[in-house]
Design a protein. Structure first.
Length: 99
């Protein structure tokens, strides 16, 4: 599972770098990333040459696209991205207190 989380992190960074470039044309912006995987966060904040090639290559790209200080941990229970995988109904999505 941590490798899938790492792929999700890489996808988020790739997307954010493209969107940020467009948004910055109008006004400077800051981007922050959160993950509920402590392993993925440890990989991203660590030295990429410590890991085997799969992890190392992805961490290298993430680190090249963003500063690692913008990454933080978000507990799984508070991660809105996990709502749908928990089978939450629409009323909770509309009236949730995390928003």
């Amino acid at each position: 599972m941590p490798r899938f989380e790492l792929l999700g992190a890489l996808l988020a960074v790739r997307l954010a770098s493209k969107v940020k470039a467009i948004v910055d044309l109008k006004r400077p912006s800051k981007v922050f990333f959160r993950t509920d995987s402590k392993i993925t966060l440890h990989w991203i904040k660590g030295s990429s040459n410590r890991w085997k090639s799969f992890v190392s290559n992805r961490v290298t790209e993430i680190q090249s696209l963003c500063d690692t200080s913008v990454w933080a941990h978000c507990p799984g229970k508070q991660n809105p991205a996990d709502f749908l995988s928990r089978g939450v109904n629409v009323a909770i999505l509309l009236n949730g207190d995390l928003w």
